[in-house]
Write a protein that binds this ligand. Structure first.
Ligand SMILES: [Cu+2]
Length: 238
């Protein structure tokens, strides 16, 4: 009993700690990440319930002495009807969540160009005149509450752009531009990471994300570095 407590408590704490942090997909900070996290929880809880049901059926079958009167009914219900219903429900739920993940039909507030190269990320922020207002390396500054369309390319090999707290990932492929739309709900600090092995320093191809209020973003675009400083009032880095 004591051993179970010694193992279970730190184990649960360790597992729960995975649900928070600057780079946790289970700590969503935008609508796309929230939809992904919800699908994940629904699948985890549903999968666990079905696993327990199958184990219960197994135990029940092992302890039975006589055979079933209508075995084909069990096969039809448990092997055909139930999986069809579960997969259909998951498909409908997944499509609804998918529309949120790609921000289907929503107006884009601004675009940011992203260039991946061994081993850094460059962000080009266009100004009102269409020319680059600012460039930054390994630090992405973005305005809170705005839907930002990232236009993602690569200069060498395939990389993958991923900010787990904001949404899904997408490949940065040489010779083409992929787009990803992300919105951050509130100011705060988080972290992004290249999610495709791209060479020896792949692990270090991470970047800081600073979500700031829209007026501060405008100030930062005009060259005020202090405007992108994340302090306690903006939600300190965790
Ligand atoms: Cu990379």
């Amino acid at each position: 009993m004591r051993l179970a407590r010694v193992v279970a408590l730190p184990g649960a704490a360790l597992l729960a700690s995975g649900c928070r942090g600057v780079q946790s997909a289970l700590d969503p900070a935008g609508p796309a990440a929230l939809a992904i996290a919800r699908i994940w929880w629904v699948m985890l809880i549903g999968g666990t319930a079905i696993f327990l049901l199958v184990m219960a059926c197994l135990l029940w079958a092992m302890n039975r002495r006589s055979s079933l009167r209508h075995p084909s009914r069990l096969v039809l219900l448990g092997g055909l009807a139930m999986p069809t219903a579960v997969l259909l429900a998951l498909l409908v739920y997944g499509i609804a969540g998918g529309r949120q993940v790609v921000a289907w039909g929503q107006p884009v507030d601004r675009t940011v160009e992203v260039i991946g190269r061994q081993w850094e990320w460059e962000f080009r922020h266009p100004g009102a005149d269409g020319r680059d207002a600012r460039r930054s390396i390994d630090t992405l500054v973005m305005p809170a509450g705005e839907l930002v369309e990232f236009r993602i390319a690569s200069e060498d090999v395939i990389h993958s752009f991923w900010v787990p707290r904001l949404g899904g990932k997408i490949d940065a492929i040489p010779g083409r531009v992929n787009t990803l739309r992300l919105r951050a709900d509130a100011p705060g600090a988080m972290r992004g990471q290249c999610a495709e092995f791209c060479g020896l320093s792949h692990t270090h191809m991470a970047f800081d994300v600073r979500v700031v209020p829209a007026p501060d973003y405008a100030r930062w675009l005009r060259g005020d570095d202090a405007a992108a400083h994340i302090d306690a009032t903006h939600g300190a880095p965790r």
